[in-house]
Design a protein around this ligand. Structure first.
Ligand code: UD1
Length: 335
C-alpha cells in the first residue's frame, strides 16, 4: 500500500513516515519545506533502511497539488499533516491560515475524488475542545468556539470532512492530538522550530542548551495543584504509531462510521512544573526558569480520556514522561 504523507518532513510527519515504513507501507512525502528541510528524507532512510519518495510541492496551489498525484499514480491513502500551525501567527495572519490550511485540504479532497482515493487521516487537535467542562475529555465532549484561526481551521476541516464523507466514498479518521513532544530514539529526527519556540518543550531544550537565557513559566496562580497549567504530553513516536493503526483501520474497512474521531493522548495530565522536574531528572541538566504572567489564550487544564482509542483502535501510548523529555534533549544536543 502506498500512502501520501503531506507535511512529511515536519515533526510529526517524519516520525509517522518512519513508523509506516517500519510497518511495510510505501510512502510518498509531499512538503513545501516552509518549516522543514529535505535532509529529513536522508535521515528517515538512515533509520528505516528505506528511502521514501519525496516531492516538493505547495499543496495549497491546485496545480502543484495535481502534479503530486500525476507523478505518483498509485496512492491508496493520505495522511494530512500539511498546515501552518503557530497559534500567535494565525492571530496576525488569519487569512493566510484559512487559505493555506483549508486550501490544502480542499485540493487534496478534489484529487481524491477524481482519482478514487478513499482513505484519509487528518491531523486534528484537542484544541477543538477549548476549555473542557469535565475531565478527562471524551471524543463525545462538545467542541467549542475556536480561540484562534489556527484552531478554527482544525475545527472547520473536521466539519467539512463530516459532509464530504457522507456524500462520497471517502472514509476518514481525525486524530485529535494532545501535546506531542520528544524525538525518535536515534536522535536523527525531532522538532525543529523556526525562530523562538512557542511550545514548552523546544523552549526548555533550547534554554538547557544555552540558546535561550531563561524559560518563563506562564502563570503560577491557576486553580491546579501547583498553580501551573496541565496538559497531556504524548511521545511523538506513540503518536506516529496511532497513524499507522488509523490508516490500517480504514484500509481494512474496520471503521464503524464514515468519519471517526479519536483522542490521541496518554490520559495523564502533567503541570509545567512537573515537566521541568522530569526534564531535570531524566537529563541531569539544571534548567534556568522563573515565573511570568499568564499567557493570553491558555486553557487551564486538559487531558484525554483514551478509552475509546484503546478499545476501537487497540492503540495505547507506551512511553513515559521521562522518555519524552530525555529524547527531546538528546535530539537538541545534535543540533
Ligand atoms: C499550543 C496550542 C495548540 C496547538 C499546540 C501545538 C495554544 C493556546 N494552544 O498548545 O492549539 O495545537 O500548541 O503544539 O496556543 N509554557 C510556558 N512557557 C513557555 C511555553 C509554554 O510556561 O515558554 C506553558 C504554557 O502556558 C502551557 C504549556 O506550557 O501551559 C504548554 O504550552 P505549549 O507547548 O505552547 O502547548 P499548548 O499551549 O498546550
Amino acid at each position: 500500500m502506498r500512502i501520501l504523507i503531506t507535511g512529511g518532513t515536519g515533526f510529526i510527519g517524519s516520525h509517522t513516515t518512519v513508523e509506516l515504513q517500519n510497518a511495510g507501507f510505501d510512502v510518498v512525502i509531499a512538503d513545501n519545506l516552509s518549516n522543514s528541510n529535505a535532509e529529513v528524507v536522508d535521515r528517515i532512510e538512515k533509520i528505516t533502511g528505506k528511502r521514501p519518495d519525496f516531492i516538493k510541492a505547495d499543496l495549497s496551489n491546485a496545480r502543484e497539488c495535481r502534479l503530486v498525484f500525476d507523478t505518483f499514480t498509485d496512492i491508496d491513502g493520505i495522511i494530512n499533516f500539511a498546515a501552518s500551525k503557530a497559534v500567535g501567527e494565525s492571530m496576525e495572519k488569519p487569512v493566510m491560515y484559512y487559505k493555506n490550511n483549508l486550501g490544502i485540504f480542499l485540493n487534496l479532497v478534489e484529487e481524491m475524488k477524481k482519482r478514487n482515493i478513499k482513505y484519509f487521516v487528518q491531523s486534528s487537535s484537542c484544541t477543538v475542545y477549548g476549555e473542557p467542562d469535565t475531565l478527562p475529555i471524551k471524543e463525545t465532549s462538545p467542541v467549542k468556539t475556536a480561540t484562534s484561526p489556527y484552531g478554527h481551521t482544525k475545527r472547520i476541516v473536521e466539519e467539512m470532512l463530516d459532509f464530504i464523507t457522507a456524500t462520497s466514498d471517502i472514509k476518514a479518521i481525525a486524530l485529535r492530538y494532545f501535546n506531542p513532544i520528544g524525538a525518535h530514539a536515534s536522535a536523527l529526527i525531532g522538532e525543529l522550530p523556526n525562530g523562538v519556540p512557542n511550545n514548552l518543550l523546544p523552549f526548555i531544550t533550547q534554554t538547557a542548551a544555552g540558546i535561550r537565557k531563561e524559560l518563563k513559566v506562564f502563570g503560577n496562580d491557576y486553580p491546579t495543584p501547583d498553580g501551573t497549567c496541565i496538559r497531556d504530553y504524548i511521545h511523538v513516536v506513540d503518536l506516529a504509531k496511532a497513524h499507522v493503526v488509523a490508516i490500517r483501520r480504514l484500509i481494512d474497512k474496520k471503521n464503524k462510521k464514515d468519519l471517526e474521531f479519536f483522542n490521541i493522548g496518554t490520559g495523564n495530565g502533567f503541570s509545567v512544573l512537573e515537566i521541568i522536574k522530569s526534564f531535570e531528572k531524566s537529563t541531569g541538566v539544571k534548567l534556568n526558569w522563573s515565573f511570568a504572567p499568564r499567557r493570553a489564550g491558555d486553557i487551564i487544564q486538559i487531558w484525554a480520556d483514551t478509552s475509546f482509542a484503546e478499545k476501537e483502535l487497540g492503540w495505547k501510548a507506551k512511553e513515559d514522561l521521562d522518555s519524552m523529555t530525555s529524547s527531546a534533549w538528546r535530539w537538541q544536543q545534535t543540533l
